[in-house]
Design a binder for this molecule. Structure first.
Ligand code: PLP
Length: 446
């Protein structure tokens, strides 16, 4: 293909593709990159320039692009069964995946219900909770509780439990609003206070609400350990223990949205493990298919499952999506789980994390950086910028400067974060630390 035709992908895309989470007019000045291929932690454009995928392509890619083991599993599955409906039928990949995930929770959450996108998993968890109470003779439990800054997806139900003004304000009248309670954001610690103190305070505000309205509340939904879209807002695991206890006490379901934080991202396979709790519903998506195919699922308990198990059709959970339990997506997920086992990934990531944290130490100490934080394979810090106009354009300028320096960064507001795939070698870790710092110093001069 000649150079003119290659450059053409950008203009053709801008003419015909409506890109997600984008004010399209910004592309008058912001680069749109036409990708030709991916390999490991790198993305390559048509000019042969490369970008280290420091955010795992929106938090989905765990083991690099074009991973040979996941590719091989998919090629094998393609010869067998690409897709079939999951109502009335089943197949090996969906059975094996459900069994393996259930085993990872010690069978506390032994039933997996499938969908494609994260937001659909959230919708399913909300509907299941609501319907389980109704089937259990408590139809008054209809309300939901979410945290300040929570993000659970963009569909109407998920947006109803999302507290990000930019995403929800335009649709306010369409939404069933949820109760919003204090975030346990560890950055809110006052002098002398620990993250656990902030967690206790946030839990107390939840308790006040449950005391007043527990009989009307079906579920509390949380992103365990890290509220990612809020700007990698981290909290103490004590918060999750407190919420679990309150949910038991006031007979309210706990929904753990592990769509972003699951699959080893926070250091354990499930983030909830670090608090030693299990929720009533656990949502997974993003990394579960290795970043290959849309796959999401909700795991739940025997107790919830039994609330729907009946002769009567309408007491069942009649929700479905056309691609529920897609065999290719499940097979990609099985290959992903196999890599976790074969490569002892959680352990290897501890060493990667140690190295990258060391490489980022100069940034952590930078005078324009505050609240440097890390949890597992997530690093984040906030930029100190006084000028409001500079602050407003910060994320976009970081993105553009990052591309010039061969690193894909996409800050959230003033929060810069790294969420790399679990394949970085020593050299890539060095590159990532050094370039992130260089980009930051270019965009935020002393
Ligand atoms: C990304 C995300 C979702 C939504 O998933 P989609 O696949 O984008 O619909 C929900 N919850 C959390 C915590 C997420 O990070």
């Amino acid at each position: 293909m000649n150079a003119a035709l290659k450059g053409d992908w950008v203009s053709r895309s801008l003419d015909s593709v409506w890109h997600p989470c984008t004010q399209m007019q910004h592309h008058e000045t912001m680069p749109l990159v036409a990708l030709a291929r991916g390999q490991g932690a790198w993305l390559f454009d048509h000019e042969g320039r490369r970008y280290l995928d420091a955010i795992s392509s929106w938090w989905v890619n765990l083991f690099g692009h074009a991973n040979p083991r996941i590719n091989a599993a998919l090629v094998d599955q393609l010869q067998r069964l690409e897709h079939a409906m999951l109502a009335g039928f089943t197949h090996e990949p969906v059975v094996q995946l459900s069994e393996r995930l259930s085993a990872l929770t010690g069978h506390a959450l032994g039933h997996c219900f499938y969908a494609s996108d994260g937001a659909s998993a959230v919708e399913i968890a909300l509907k299941m909770s609501f319907h389980a109470w109704r089937n259990g003779g408590r139809p008054g439990k209809q309300e939901f509780v979410c945290l300040q800054g929570s993000y659970h997806g963009e569909t109407i139900g998920a947006l109803g439990v999302t507290d990000v003004a930019l995403f929800r304000d335009a649709y306010g009248p369409m939404l069933k609003t949820a109760h919003v309670v204090a975030t346990p954001d560890a950055r809110q610690a006052q002098p002398g206070e620990s993250a656990a103190d902030v967690a206790a305070r946030a839990a107390a505000s939840l308790e006040t609400l449950l005391q007043q309205r527990g009989d009307s509340i079906a579920a509390v939904i949380v992103e365990p350990l890290v509220q990612c879209a809020a700007g990698m807002v981290m909290h103490d695991p004590a918060y999750l223990r407190a919420v679990r206890k309150l949910c038991d006490q006031y007979q309210v379901h706990l929904i753990a949205d592990e769509i972003a934080v699951g699959c080893g991202r926070t250091g354990s396979f499930f983030a909830c493990e670090q608090a030693g709790i299990w929720p009533d519903f656990l949502c997974l998506s993003k990394g579960i298919s290795g970043g290959y195919l849309p796959l999401s699922l909700v795991m739940t308990t025997d107790e919830v499952y039994q609330a729907f198990y009946d002769r009567e059709l309408a007491r069942g959970f009649l929700h479905s999506h056309s691609y529920t339990g897609n065999p290719l997506a499940c097979r990609a997920a099985l290959a992903t789980l196999q890599i976790f086992d074969e490569d002892d990934v959680l352990d290897a990531n501890r060493e990667r994390a140690r190295q990258l944290s060391a490489g980022l130490a100069p940034l952590a100490a930078h005078p324009r950086v505050c609240h440097f934080r890390q949890q597992g394979m997530i690093w984040a810090f906030d930029a100190r910028i006084d000028d409001p106009a500079q602050a407003a354009s910060f994320a976009r300028r970081m993105f553009a400067a990052g591309l010039d320096q061969e690193v894909l960064l996409r800050p959230i507001g003033r929060t810069v974060y790294l969420m790399p795939p679990y394949v970085l070698d020593d050299e890539e870790i060095g590159h990532l630390a050094q370039r992130t710092r260089a980009v930051f110093e270019q965009v935020v001069p002393h």
